[in-house]
Write a protein that binds this ligand. Structure first.
Ligand SMILES: [Fe+2]
Ligand SMILES: [Fe+2]
Length: 221
């Protein structure tokens, strides 16, 4: 196709917006005839910039001729998700340590049942840590290696209350994480987090029952 500018194909001006032919969609070696001649693809180019799409990678076009949006926002959101999951992982390490310790030091006949339950929780928290670390690695992050601080006490009731508070914080964070994963289209990851949430709510109920109180209302957190 020879434009009115000769063989040097320059962008046409349509409706005040500069446009250029999306010539990269034309098969290699094909002649400029037939449908390519009669139906040139056009792509909008911002004012005050190069008219040639290949001069600016941000304005690359796909085979539909539509400019690809920058995915910077998505990259930022994934980085935020990695950071948040690492916080979750630190809480899992904290839970492992506290359950391992508390399950062994709880004394008294009235606490024997819950001590056995806490030992079971310790195993489940390790499984959670492995799941979370796997998600972080999948996203391209490096899993954290330092736990959140673990409180200690001589009193059995204090230990159970520390665990209950930690579980409530953990549940609140995982509920947020499910929304974050869904927003990024990471539906499988959201499902993995949901399975952890089921365990955490069981832990929360067991601790509240041992303390003789109602479990916190997680929908209000
Ligand atoms: Fe956990
Ligand atoms: Fe837990």
């Amino acid at each position: 196709m020879t434009s009115r500018h000769g063989n040097n194909r320059r962008p046409a001006v349509i409706g005040g917006a500069r446009t250029a032919e999306c010539v990269q969609n034309r098969p290699h070696g094909s002649k400029r005839s037939g449908r390519f001649r009669s139906r040139p693809r056009l792509v909008k180019i911002p004012k005050n910039s190069s008219p040639w799409p290949w001069h600016n990678p941000v304005r690359r076009v796909d085979n539909t001729g539509v400019a690809k949006p920058s995915n910077d926002t998505k990259s930022n959101s994934r980085a935020e998700l990695i950071a948040a999951l690492n916080q979750d992982l630190e809480r899992e390490y904290q839970a492992i340590i506290s359950y391992v310790t508390y399950s062994q030091v709880l004394k008294g006949a009235s606490y024997m049942n819950i001590a056995a339950e806490l030992e079971k929780h310790a195993h489940e928290e390790l499984a959670h840590a492995l799941i979370v670390a796997k998600q972080i690695d999948y996203l391209g992050g490096m899993p954290a290696v330092v736990p959140k601080p673990v409180k200690t006490s001589e009193k059995a009731e204090d230990m159970l209350r520390f665990d209950l508070d930690n579980e409530t914080t953990t549940i609140r964070n995982y509920r947020e994480r499910v929304k974050q994963c869904d927003a990024l289209g990471e539906y499988a990851m959201a499902e993995q987090i949901r399975t952890i949430l089921v365990d955490e709510q069981d832990h929360q109920i067991a601790l509240a029952t041992a303390l003789g109180i109602d479990p916190p209302d997680n929908s209000k957190s």
